[in-house]
Design a protein around this ligand. Structure first.
Ligand code: 5GP
Length: 197
């Protein structure tokens, strides 16, 4: 069987990763989405087990000790981690899976899964990014400033990625994301072709 694609999507907060993944979900419903565990508080409308597994620090530490994470990182004072089992199961079953994680986590995944596809989502500009973060309205001024600073640091890591998508218009960006996934599936090394005989 051909193993599934491990797709890693990163990009600064406000680049529109969530919107893009939501739109992709509608067009490619067969793709599995990894649900991360986090110690941050749920935002309004977020549900446990859907957006994240919301856990406290002790539980998170226990999960680290048990080797339950494929990667984990401290992002803006909160811990985030990718539960290992669902990813390994999806890939073994030939399903594609998307991890929406930060650049630190992506670097860890690249070590254990060099065959993963690493995609970076960029906002059209830093000014646009600031506007998007402010518009979200759930963050304080201090958090907005820190997120912008973190965004600059994240963007500096984009050269470690295989693809960059500038998220100017969601429909266009989704088209490019789909094109990447389709093209990656055509790589000979992924097809397990048995041509001999
Ligand atoms: P947010 O709190 O806005 O949902 O996410 C903050 C940042 O944490 C985003 O850059 C997001 O991609 C990242 N993130 C979410 N889940 C994980 C994870 O499991 N691992 C890592 N390393 N980063 C994550």
């Amino acid at each position: 069987m051909v193993p599934g694609l491990l797709l890693v999507i990163s990009g600064p907060s406000g680049a529109g990763k969530g919107t893009l993944c939501q739109a992709l979900r509608e067009e490619m419903p067969e793709i599995v989405y990894s649900i991360s565990a986090t110690t941050r508080q749920p935002r309004p409308g977020e549900a446990d087990g859907k957006n994240y597994y919301f856990v406290d620090k002790e539980k998170f530490q226990e999960m680290i000790a048990a080797g339950a994470f494929l990667e984990w990182a401290l992002v803006y004072d909160n811990f985030y981690g990718t539960p290992r089992r669902p990813v390994e199961e999806a890939l073994a079953a030939g399903k594609d899976i998307i991890l929406e994680i930060d650049t630190q986590g992506a670097a860890q995944i690249k070590k254990s899964f060099p065959e993963g596809v690493f995609i970076f989502i960029l906002p059209p500009s830093l000014a646009e990014l600031e506007q998007r973060i402010r518009k979200r309205g759930t963050e304080t001024a201090e958090v907005v400033a820190r997120r912008l600073q973190a965004a600059r640091a994240e963007i500096a890591a984009l050269h470690n990625y295989d693809y960059v998508i500038v998220n100017d218009k969601v429909e266009e960006a989704v088209k490019r994301l789909k094109a990447i996934i389709i093209a990656e599936k055509c790589r000979p090394q992924r097809l397990n072709l048995k041509l001999e005989g």
